[in-house]
Ligand binder design. Structure first.
Ligand code: GAP
Length: 432
């Protein structure tokens, strides 16, 4: 049976990955809170992403920009005039749609009437005012992409880190978009996290780096265990390019609701640095000592939504199976991504004290592990299968004498007896 969006939403809430935000007040459309296992899993994704861009064989510098930016910044970046989606309303039931999401030749799918407003452009940025004094406030926007904080800090990063072109600036952080129709759970949200690297290089090398980054991003998805058969690279047609882009390739994943963008790789040329140079009146070009001339670096950007990747990993990992006549749901997450790496299970409560040193040993070695001595062993296995815990170590009565536990593999269900002294090594091999 193939996985549905409802399966994922239900598992996320049941097992403490994701909750609707302010649910007791009816929720907030397109906004979600993250529970314990969601936090742990996101931390793993962030950490691997950061390494993947830093160890890409080049120099990459990290930064964290502010969430609020002045109006002048967003005017210069083109977001005030260009960052909008086409919107249309049904005049009969007042339902609002993204015009490119529906066929306006047909009746409204909500009420069945065909009575549309004109298509209008709706700016996706959240606007706010800074300052309390009347007449003395200034307009600001919550950032709709993390990238701009990188561009406006380009010279600061360049001089304070003593780097040379080519180099990258990477950032993980929140972005906000007032999406007309947030949908598909974490796929299109109003508040989400992005992982972006902006690669600054000489204009002559930009096409080459664009190709190299496409390859490197594929290796990242392989490393976190995503099924590469469900991934494809789709170059944008000229008429779908963003206002800043010369060339874009989307990495798409085959979701149950179709092939959709997971990550965008964009050749932004010198658009952003030139715009900020002009509008801020600060020269952001670089002086090349070899040719004794100044040039504006070009930028290759890789941008992926953390929440969207999190959702993708859940879709990819979710399996239902029948084991010994019983149905089980299992998240076959790569051990590197799994929120918890192992769980120690005394067969019965009586063995709790005996089993505890196994847990302590794993924790001291730095593995994120759980201990659970309540309920039948079968029920406990099912619980940890749903959270995606790669291995259960069961401590039974024989363990007292033979100093071994049974390691049960989440995916193969194979069980092997291993010495308690070697559980740490067992985990290291699993995570390699
Ligand atoms: N700086 C370039 C940029 O922001 P984008 O294609 O608009 O480009 C990049 O966004 C990535 O951010 C997308 O590929 C997607 O993974 C994620 N993303 C964008 N909008 C999102 C939303 N409303 N909810 C969740 N993730 C989103």
């Amino acid at each position: 049976m193939s996985v549905t969006l409802e399966n994922i939403v239900s598992l996320c809430k049941r097992r403490g990955f994701i909750y609707p935000s302010a649910e007791i007040y009816g929720g907030l459309n397109g906004v979600y809170d993250t529970g314990h296992f969601g936090v742990l899993m996101k931390e793993n994704i962030r950490a691997i992403w950061k390494k993947s861009v830093a160890l890409a064989g080049y120099q990459t510098i990290y930064m964290e920009g502010s969430l609020l930016g002045p109006e002048t910044l967003w005017q210069a970046s083109g977001h005030v005039s260009n960052f909008h989606d086409p919107m249309i309303d049904c005049l009969h039931c007042k339902k609002r749609y993204r015009a490119d999401d529906i066929n306006i030749e047909k009746p409204c799918i909500h009420c069945g009437n065909k009575h549309w407003t004109d298509v209008r452009q709706f700016n996706l940025m959240f606007k706010t005012e800074l300052g309390a004094a009347q007449g003395n406030t200034s307009l600001a926007y919550l950032r709709p992409e993390t990238a701009q904080a990188i561009f406006v800090n380009f010279k600061n990063v360049y001089s304070s880190n003593r780097v040379k072109i080519p180099f990258g600036i990477a950032q993980v952080g929140k972005a906000f978009r007032n999406e007309i129709t947030p949908k598909q759970f974490l796929f299109r949200m109003r508040e989400f996290e992005q992982m972006e690297v902006e690669w600054f290089c000489h204009p002559n090398e930009s096409i080459d780096f664009f190709e190299q980054w496409c390859q490197k991003r594929k290796l990242f998805y392989e490393y976190i265990g995503l099924n590469l058969n469900k991934i494809r690279f789709r170059p944008h047609a000229k008429d779908e390019l963003s206002h800043y882009s010369k060339q874009t390739t989307d990495i798409e994943y085959e979701f149950p609701f179709g092939w959709k963008e997971l990550e965008g790789i964009a050749h932004r040329g010198d658009f952003d640095l030139t715009q900020h140079s002009k509008n801020a009146g600060k020269d952001l070009s670089i002086f090349d000592e070899e040719t004794k001339s100044a040039f504006m670096p070009h930028v290759v950007e890789c941008s992926v939504g953390l929440d969207r990747l999190f959702l993708t990993l859940l879709f990819d990992a979710y399996h239902t199976e029948t084991v010994e006549g019983e149905d089980r749901i299992v998240l076959k997450l790569h051990p590197r991504i799994a929120p918890v790496k192992a769980v120690v299970l005394p067969l019965v409560k009586k063995l709790t004290d005996n089993a505890m040193p196994v847990f302590n040993q794993l924790e001291q070695k730095g593995f994120h592990v759980l201990f659970d001595d309540s309920g039948s062993i079968g029920k406990r296995y099912r619980r940890y299968d749903e959270i995606g815990v790669p291995v259960c170590f069961t401590f039974d009565f024989n363990s007292i004498d033979d100093h071994c536990v049974t390691a049960r593999n989440r995916d193969t269900l194979q069980q092997e007896r291993i010495s308690i002294n070697s559980v740490g090594e067992y985990m290291l091999k699993l995570l390699l």
